[in-house]
Design a protein around this ligand. Sequence first.
Ligand SMILES: Cc1ncc(COP(=O)(O)O)c(C=O)c1O
Length: 399
Amino acid sequence: MSETKVAAAPEQSLLPTYARYPIALVKGEGSWLWDDKGNKYLDFMSGIAVTNLGHAPQKVKEALIKQLDELWHVSNLFRIPNQEEAAHLITSNSSGDAVFFCNSGAEANEAAIKLARRYQQKVLNNGRYEIITFESSFHGRTLATLTATGQEKVKEGFAPLPEGFKYIPYNDIEALKAVISDKTAAVMLELIQAEGGIFPADQAFVEDLVKLCEENGILVIIDEIQTGMGRTGKLFAYEHYGIEPDIFTLAKGLGSGFPVGAAVAKDKLREAFGPGSHGSTFGGTPIATAAVKATVETIVGENLPQRAAEMGAYLMDELKKELAGHSFVKEVRGQGLIVGIECVEPVGPVLTAAQEQGLLVISAGPNVVRLLPNLLVTKEEIDQAVATLKQLLANAVKA
Ligand SMILES: Cc1ncc(COP(=O)(O)O)c(C=O)c1O
């Protein structure tokens, strides 16, 4: 250590990329978290839609412990049975045919963008490269995925950004018609814009978008990173719309908290990702895919999307009933267990007041309180969260 280096507090050894709350969470079980001072919290954010099975779910824990005893890591230059079985579980429960595993949501979207371009350029030989995305979208923080993201704030100070991205208003088919060309490789969208404020896509818009893309040789990429793994009341949100994306992307809830992402593609895209075209040292390791297998088996085996639909309907009804007439609340919207309470002013103070009352919720954009409980949440836990929010939002008056 250099003589001049001043001893710093441990938290100063981190780059300050997050505005962190002064709470250190150290233990979790089901819907509950405890901090280092022994305070207990009802978790209605699930690590931002990650712990869809609650904290430390037994089956995933057992699968991980078993795998830790057997084998941690091998190169993707070898066959990895867990990876093959996890991929098969995903393809046999979705419209996709082949999976690429990676480590995060941004990497899954990065893979999807690369796969779409490479399919157009190397399989169809048409030179298409443009990716169309939507205003207020969020697709990640790598250079390509922050460029794909339709929000200026994530791009500031990172120029020059990769070329070939265009943005249009969400739910606006005429804007899409106006922007597509013989350079368009793919359209990429979330079916509920999550970080952007819990805005669902219209049924007619999605149907028209898929048709327009089919007619024009454009691939459809659905970002299911926040909406996937049962959260919206179906295993994948695209099922609500009766469509089959060319590529969809997963992360967050895919490993119940173990970091893993995936891009899932239709059969025709297989040849675009031949040996050497893309890769990741850690993508789909035996440990990561043990977590994926146990997670998918639990979600599918216990019919948790259906449970999310029922509990989501209950949550939404209770919120609408209890918050009706509150001058601070504008709208309650969402699907399944991804719910937004849009307020008339920024909700930062509501989030911290909720923490003080033992409830963890998150925002989606400045004015929306976002609720993301786990799929096993109980009615009693929902009642408790709604009662806390009712009291806090009643006290929150317009400035
Ligand atoms: C819709 C969507 N796409 C992509 C991402 C990026 O995922 P990650 O943070 O795992 O890179 C997120 C994260 O919030 C997301 O919500």
